[in-house]
Write a protein that binds this ligand. Structure first.
Ligand code: TEU
Length: 530
């Protein structure tokens, strides 16, 4: 069993820095803005902040295209601003995680400029260069996630380079030990500064097939699906050799105390958990995106939890994610009423939860008129546009939502709710619910580190129990439907009392026996007595 670490009990909060708080009036969020809002995050009760990339970048993919891994983009502030943020976060007891983007750089990164300069460049082999096919065409059928072939032709040197995302995001060659060493040193740079770990971008992409074989055609592809689904990514992602690379990243993390590595990996549970590594020498938390992808039905969610819990290797620690900067927001996917139920689910499941900024006030995706699309993915595959989930944080009801003095880079926040100021003074708000749930979680080890026991998943009702020796067990009872529902607990002694209802405080302390009545869209947290 692994020794208990800070991140097992922690709640992580993702900040998309462009959209959190502008401090210099340019309409783009920045580091001093985040520093200004730390008090809010402490009051919310989270433990660690993960910042999407803040490094120097031409921003073709909003910072996921980096030209200097060890410098702050002036749009976000200076290195001094970063140091101040880190110090302030630590003084509040908050951990700070950065976004490590090891799979690709910007095409403007000096490494790529040098690599591209000639076939004989010492850095040629830092990226993936291939000759054209004998007929002069593409080296193989690999597709970019952002549309079209994953190969871009370089006229000057007469070869193609591989890019899993934009052509301006060439993939690094992770079979090259110099690339490994260079990124390891990037990690060391930030860890020496005192950051507490990294979320690692597209970890399952790092190694591609060394024979560059064609990906198999996807027989189930249907028109309207993302174009890159036409082939199955057999030879471009989740290659067996990736685990050695992951273990290498972990070794660097282990040079430092308590460094947390989270991997961004979109894979089904059985393949996902391989990223914990042999003997748990992989990342500490391979992000579990099950809740982003599941249908919102009690049975489906129960199956997802069982499958995930069942796949976890001995001694590993689970985690759950409800939203991020790449996917529609939870309140948009399941509606405002169910978003409250989802909050209870996220914060009472076993495993480290990650909250996406703004979800705690019930923000929904902004509607993005076609002419205003910023996201490169949204431009090539409109159905997958990500701008909506990246709109500015809504701090108050003023013009520009208290986010900025000026019109924001992305769509303006509407005036009015939801916003932090309004919700702070409303006991029935989403924000108040998040705070109560976080407090309950922190208060009872059954919820933070306790074991998980499935109880019921029928109709719209989902029920489970969390237990830990020496403290009261807690039951989560969720109604995922819009009709009243009852759960009858046969053979379970379930005397308890309600500690949180997602709807209102009117049931606090209510005694519960064998039958639990749930109002439409209601979730109850019940502390069991004996
Ligand atoms: O996302 C990788 C990824 O899998 C996404 O491309 C996802 O498939 C897509 O957004 C559809 O939901 C990471 C970052 O989170 C994303 O913001 C970057 O654009 C991408 O990598 C490239 O760095």
């Amino acid at each position: 069993m692994l020794r208990e670490t800070w991140w097992q009990r922690a709640i992580i909060y993702q900040i998309y820095p462009r959209s959190f708080q502008d401090s210099d009036g340019d309409g783009v969020g920045d580091l001093p803005g985040i520093t200004r809002r730390l008090r809010y995050l402490v009051d919310l009760g989270v433990d660690a902040l993960w910042l999407s990339p803040v490094f120097t970048s031409p921003m073709r993919d909003f910072g996921y295209d980096i030209v200097d891994y060890c410098a702050i983009d002036p749009l976000f502030g200076s290195m001094q601003d970063f140091d101040e943020l880190l110090e302030a976060a630590h003084s509040y007891g908050l951990k700070l995680l950065l976004d490590l983007v090891p799979n690709h750089t910007s095409s403007q990164h000096p490494w790529f400029i040098e690599s591209r300069s000639s076939r004989r460049s010492p850095k040629r082999n830092w990226y993936l260069w291939r000759d054209p096919a004998p007929d002069g065409g593409l080296p193989n059928n690999w597709l970019s996630e952002f549309g079209g072939s994953a190969w871009a032709f370089d006229e000057a040197s007469g070869q193609y380079y591989y890019h899993a995302f934009l052509a301006s995001q060439p993939d690094l060659n992770w079979r090259n030990p110099h690339v490994r060493e260079a990124i390891h040193n990037v990690m060391r740079y930030w860890l020496r500064k005192g950051v507490d770990g990294f979320r690692i971008d597209v970890l399952w992409h790092l190694i591609k097939d060394d024979q560059f074989r064609d990906n198999p055609i996807n027989p189930e592809f249907k028109e309207g699906q993302p174009p890159h689904w036409k082939v199955l990514p057999l030879y471009t992602t989740d290659r067996p050799e990736v685990h050695e690379v992951v273990a290498g990243l972990r070794k660097v993390a282990d040079e430092f105390d308590d460094c947390l590595l989270i991997g961004e990996i979109y894979l089904p549970p059985k393949r996902l958990v391989a990223y914990y590594g042999k003997d748990l020498e992989g990342v500490h938390l391979p992000f579990n995106f099950g809740l982003l992808e599941t249908n919102w039905h009690a049975r489906k969610i129960a199956e997802l939890i069982d499958e995930y819990e069942g796949a976890l290797p001995a001694g590993s620690w689970p985690n759950w994610v409800l939203g991020n900067h790449d996917r529609p927001r939870i309140a948009t996917r399941v509606g405002g009423a169910q978003a409250r139920v989802a909050a209870m689910l996220l914060l009472t499941l076993r495993g480290t939860p990650t909250i996406y900024y703004g979800d705690e006030i019930g923000m929904t995706d902004a509607e993005v008129p076609a002419g205003l699309v910023c996201d490169p993915l949204g431009k090539s595959v409109p159905a997958l546009g990500r701008d909506g989930a990246r709109s500015p944080m809504r701090w108050d009801g003023s013009r520009f939502g208290g986010f900025s003095e000026t019109s924001p880079w992305c769509l303006c926040p509407d005036e009015g709710p939801p916003n932090v100021t309004e919700e702070e003074s409303n006991q029935a708000s989403m924000l108040a619910l998040y705070k109560r749930l976080i407090k309950a979680r922190r208060h009872n080890p059954a919820l933070t580190i306790g074991s998980y026991h499935p109880l019921v998943a029928t109709g719209d009702v989902l029920l489970f129990r969390r237990s830990h020796p020496g403290c009261p067990s807690v039951m989560t009872a969720l109604n995922l439907g819009d009709q009243p529902a009852a759960a009858i607990l046969e053979g379970i002694r379930s005397r308890g009392r309600v500690i949180v209802s997602t709807l209102a405080a009117d049931r606090d302390g209510e005694a519960v026996k064998d039958e639990i009545d749930l109002r439409p869209h209601e979730g109850l947290l019940i502390e069991l007595l004996g």
